[in-house]
Design a protein around this ligand. Sequence first.
Ligand SMILES: [Zn+2]
Length: 451
Amino acid sequence: MLPFPTTVMLTDIEKDKNYVWAAYARLITGALAKVKAEGAKLGGDIAVRYDNERLIATMEFEQLNKPLPAMDPQRGQALVARAKGLPKVVVALNKLMGWVPPLAGDEYLRGLIDQIESKVVVAVEKQEPLAQQSLQICFGDKAAAAVPRFRQILTQLQALYARTDDKGKGLVHGPALPATMGALAHGTGDHAHVDLGTNLINGLLDRFEAAASLFHEASHTLPADSTVDFAYRNKDAHYLLPPGLAFLNAASYEQVVLDLLNGKLASDEKKVAALRHGAGTVQQAHALLASRVTRAWVRAYDLHGVALKGGLTPDMLAGLPPMPQGDTYKDLLTQLVLAFQEQMNTLMQTVSSRVTIVGTTETDKLDIKSTPQESVLYVPYSWAGDRPTNEVSVELLRFLADKIWPQDGDSVFSGSQLSGYVASIHLTDRPELQTMLQEFYSGVQRKPKID
Ligand SMILES: [Zn+2]
């Protein structure tokens, strides 16, 4: 972190005194090299945004650091420009190094919320054509019932923003959120708060994805009929939900937000119909698999906070081998939970972005072919037989996790332990939720033959 320049320092820079600029120039040069190295380790979308921000900061710094003109008034103007430009460069670099600005009154977040209102909520209320189409695809015959919920969720989000105090109320920085997780809600109604990831706050996530993520989390905090996570957007699992469950599913609202911000539907009716009616069983199984893993991944993140408070109970760790209980073992257990989280992160990234699942007639055994970047999992038609999609998805999960962490390997948890946890995650839900989830899983219909 670079120190933020004080008024005295800025005046020194303007008067070219005390080598203040030279000291900053050295520190900034070092910080730029450091963030360049950090950026090279990132992957995907975040890497692109990170690098873009770094380049902007680099150019601004180089502009300010140009040799000073010999004569006034140009010399004086260049010094004033340095003093004026320095705080901006320091803020930009510190953000890249993980510092976050105070959230109360934050303009970036305010802008996202305003955009949700003008581009999404108003369009939904006015029943504009794209809004109608998006609602129809996401909510089916519950589309009309879902309309007023958009204003309710927005109001909830505005209230969260309004009570943000940088002391734990409203929108809160969650430094431990994984890089790919934008935000995470806790509680409902007036006492709810939402953790925001560093990248979301610092504008390193796609702007529309960030807005949709805020809306998703705010929907969990509704005082009545708050949403849950039956299915996520990963692999389009949310399109598989029957309307009654979509009405209560956070990602279904998130999808409408994204469609309207992007100005186009993410998936057309034909593709969604094909997914729903079993034209691609492998696709359905992948969608169910991704959704289950995402639920478990979110839960694994929560476990860490619970472990720190010493409140972990055996049923929260269902599917995992027995672990020491009680305050004496808090640190030991916390480390185990952290290791577990890391493996869940890998599993999550694998199923949602690194693996492609393909149906085949060539073999009759499951087979995986991997490069360091991606894997293709071959699912023979004969292997899947006429088993329900849900069963196929659980089997694929076991197979994948075993491949990543073999039984006799040297990982903290084995693949079968991880898949055991994921497959039994619904058992820790409220009973009525468990019933609905089971209905959803078993209701996914497919043709008897994979195509
Ligand atoms: Zn959620």
